[in-house]
Design a protein around this ligand. Sequence first.
Ligand code: GDP
Length: 432
Amino acid sequence: KPVVAVVGRPNVGKSTLVNRILGRREAVVQDVPGVTRDRVSYDAIWNGREFVVVDTGGWASDAEGMAARIAEQAELAISAADAVLFVVDATVGTLDEDEAVVRVLRESRKPVVLAANKVDDARAEAEAAAMWNLGLGEPYAVSAMHGRGTGDLLDAVLEALPEAPRGTFEEVRGPRRVAIVGKPNVGKSSLLNKLAGSERSVVDDASGTTVDPVDELVELDGQVYQFVDTAGLRKRVREASGHEYYASLRTQGAIERAEICVMVIDSNETVSDQDMRILTSVAEAGRGLVLVFNKWDLTDEERRYYLEREIERDLRAYAWAPRVNMSALTGSHLNRLGKVIETAVSGWEQRISTGKLNAFLGRLVASHPHPVRGGKQPRILFGTQAQSGPPTFILFTSGDLDATYLRYVERRLREEFGFPGTPIHLQVRARE
Ligand code: GDP
């Protein structure tokens, strides 16, 4: 699906316009400054054409340095988009923050549609016309609030989009959603800060509160990712780390919203039950997985030796997850993260054609049939990959398969096709 990024400074009405585009009145808009929304990308449809709307809003206004930050996040959203819907407030005119975004837009060379918002009646049309001065072409006078002019605007947006995507197998879509998970104090916040640039933590000095975006767009190796639920990692004052119950609730929420999980483990501690619970949640939810062994700067040779053994023993079930040893503190090996996330995304999205799968299953069944159970020998008759993200296979069989055999099938699937960085879900349909 083509991606439309909605950009503009705070309070121009981006969220209201996004709601209008989505054709619903869900409470995405927050009137309280500093309160942020929980998502940034939405599926939309207009005139039968589907597209993804990426909303870059969610940051409160009027703090120093805010213009730069907005421009920065807008830049990431724009780079991931096929077209940009730039929203200005016709009743206010253009401000410095608008100009900052315009510069980013010019450099991006992406098609831009200009919406002059808050034109609630015909009298305000003249103000919209003044927006020609931005040099972005015709300003579409709209009222996101009342719906005035939004139909014409959407027509223009669709026109700006590239033709329907060429016949790629996988859908083209918005940025992949990534969650940083792990026990308290393993360095999740440090990692996020290093990735996003710590200076970007948004503080509204006027009110003395920390204003955190819930999600952040981060570019790694030329690929933009949406890091979800980062607010908890951004807060200056976090709950005491002892509140494991709340921490695990938040972790669960982050896993639910993500497609790929970056599991951070402290290299200097033995893998704990809490780590294992988080990993189980990730695998059961069917999310892609990357393992980060953090605080590597504190390990010595002896520790590394034992860590290797512990991984071998305790994390054997996750041997498919790509690993990085790094230091979020010094930034060492941080540059390897993009690559492993990309690997996990590729495994998570991987699809095997039914033909190839069944050729493989035929060989597997011939070379390694299921053991006889109670006088019967269940057989895999046929298989199909029902889904990717995560790869989910349905095996049609002549009887129930035991767990050992299923693990064997999974292992062979990985040997044959890879599936790095993703759990594989196998479903058996037994025909007794
Ligand atoms: P979180 O609870 O998982 O978000 O952990 P934090 O990011 O708050 O980090 C906990 C502590 O570990 C802080 O004192 C960090 O400075 C420290 N820390 C994080 N990453 C590293 C690292 O790679 N090396 C070292 N030496 N310390 C780290």
